[in-house]
Design a binder for this molecule. Structure first.
Ligand code: ZN
Ligand code: ZN
Ligand code: ZN
Length: 170
């Protein structure tokens, strides 16, 4: 039985109040229609109305229904966009506003990547994963200085030979 009005904290679903969670273990347990899971949902981004299920919407444990409000396609798109922006930001930082390969001078950002100066990339990759997670970690840690920008060719040379063939002295 729900307690008298006024004795409940305001239900804020994202990070809901612990006291409220005891009373209603699931937001749906109160039987309130307002929080019942809809069968279809209109994506906020592409405005398509789709079945509100795991096939059409990405999982999101912070949402009361466990699904995001944006459809899978739009979510994927925005994730990719985010990754691209983050990568650009990291490259801009390490390249001081003009990212270019430290070896051959290639400055097309498409060809650039980050190289671990001390060849300790393996443990970083194990820890942070190969992609966006790594860039995010760099940003959060304030861009640690053990990295330099190389193009993929020069990076490959370093990976296979320990030095880029452009620069026999490295
Ligand atoms: Zn959409
Ligand atoms: Zn290069
Ligand atoms: Zn090179």
């Amino acid at each position: 039985m729900p307690p008298a009005e006024g004795s409940l904290p305001v239900p804020v679903w994202q990070g809901s109040h612990p006291a409220y969670r005891v009373l209603f273990p699931s937001p749906l347990a109160c039987g309130c229609k307002r929080f019942a899971k809809p069968t279809t949902w209109r994506c906020r981004v592409c405005k398509r109305t789709l079945p509100f299920d795991n096939d059409h919407f990405t999982t999101d444990r912070h949402n009361i229904h466990g699904l995001k409000w944006d459809c899978k396609d739009c979510d994927r798109k925005s994730c990719r966009e985010y990754g691209r922006r983050l990568r650009h930001e990291v490259l801009m930082h390490y390249g001081n506003g003009h990212p270019a390969c430290a070896c051959c001078g290639e400055d097309n950002v498409v060809f650039l990547c980050l190289d671990h100066i001390n060849n300790d990339g393996k443990q970083d990759r194990q820890k942070w994963g190969p992609g966006v997670g790594f860039y995010l970690m760099l940003k959060r840690q304030g861009f640690p200085g053990h990295l330099q920008i190389l193009c993929y060719n020069c990076n490959m040379g370093r990976a296979l030979l320990g030095r880029c063939p452009h620069h026999p002295s490295w």
